[in-house]
Design a protein around this ligand. Sequence first.
Ligand code: ADP
Ligand code: MG
Length: 276
Amino acid sequence: KVTVPKPHEQRIITIANQKGGVGKTTTAVNLAAALAHQGMTVLVIDLDPQGNASTALGIDHHSGVPSSYELLIGEVSVKEAIQQSPHSERLLCIPATIDLAGAEIELVSMVAREGRLKTAIQEANIAGYDIDYVMIDCPPSLGLLTVNAMVAAKEVLIPIQCEYYALEGVGQLLRNIGLVQSHLNPELHVSTVILTMYDGRTKLADQVAEEVRAHFGDVVLRSVIPRSVKVSEAPGYGMTVLDYDPGSRGAMSYLDAGREMAARALARRDGADGAA
Ligand code: ADP
Ligand code: MG
């Protein structure tokens, strides 16, 4: 069943923030699951050697499984590396294995080192799957893996944790996005900021939310992801929170976020058409 409008063209979204533990992986898998639940076909590319996104999606990612590593070094195609989540036929994943840990260094000496993921995605044209959304989960650094993700995507989604020092490092992230934009990928832009681990009982969470909205304006989603035990438990069962506890506040908030993202892209596009 389709409950959100399909995008006019495939959206490739990089989920980045060089700070660890802000909810990148949690957002990548749960937003992907939400959009799949709403009728979209979604591919998650796990670019973090930790492989947490692969784990959360219940995807086999032991060393030797065709993965984002082999994809980057050109040993396999998207088609060979893609797996289907056991929980949804519309949710696909290219996993990360521990082999990816060396890639940051291996890539340095490779030809077109910043554009390898983009080329791999383009060459495959992600054939036969009719993918609406590609979500790329980045490691907590601004190295070559993250640069590959930023070159492959049009959009950056930045998760920001509603905690002290929420905006710490964001300036550096934005400067890096600017560098990629001016040298490698002119279309790249921050399309979405999502507030994560929001605790409504604290004043701090509201202060942070206000500060982030003041800083980023209307790219910040109205939907806010609450801090919730269910969200943090789900990956331990190889599940997203949508499968683990579909009625939970965490699941609902990611469904809301998915709806909002789908609607906003269309609104922007229609707005642009109107202005032209
Ligand atoms: P990152 O990928 O940015 O390093 P993660 O998505 O792995 O961050 O999240 C860091 C930790 O916070 C994980 O243990 C995760 O389960 C937990 N977490 C993320 N989002 C929530 C949430 N909304 N409520 C509770 N725990 C969360
Ligand atoms: Mg992560």
